[in-house]
Design a protein around this ligand. Sequence first.
Ligand code: T46
Length: 145
Amino acid sequence: MNINLVQLQRHGDERGGLIALEENKNVPFNVKRVYYLFDTKSGVRRGLHAHRSLRQLVIAVRGSCHFVLDNGQQRAELILNDPAQGLLVEPMMWREMYDFSEDCVLMVLADQLYDPADYIRDYDGFLQLSRARAPEASLAPEAGE
Ligand code: T46
């Protein structure tokens, strides 16, 4: 499964670091909303949903967490721990985050305002919708078959 990581340029100097985020430049969409997750308690799993149409760029600006992505056919996992790296999360991607470090601040840029109706919080429902949207992908033979 393709994991889309955006490498962000560090502009820091001897005084410290600085990274700039600009819509439709290093952020590949119009930014309508920014939010951040912090003070996540030990042992907590967050996310556990997909979005119907939301695009997001997720950056661990401090600390680290594990990030699971699932497109309905494949699951991939990575550790976010670099403020110079953004994870692009496309629509119809199930996501789960866990193992947050105590100091973790996960900043998320989104291309839409908050809309609870955009969330799919039931995994079986997500799988059904994902197969209905891309039936050919779920039936496609593996390369070489
Ligand atoms: C996502 C992952 C990475 C708002 O009122 N406005 C907002 O913009 C957001 C994102 C949330 N909320 C409220 C809704 C809940 O009462 O904040 C509370 C916590 O939200 P949620 O349980 O959805 O948080 P996470 O950490 O499970 O998921 C969040 C985002 O919701 C989600 O879009 O991709 O972070």
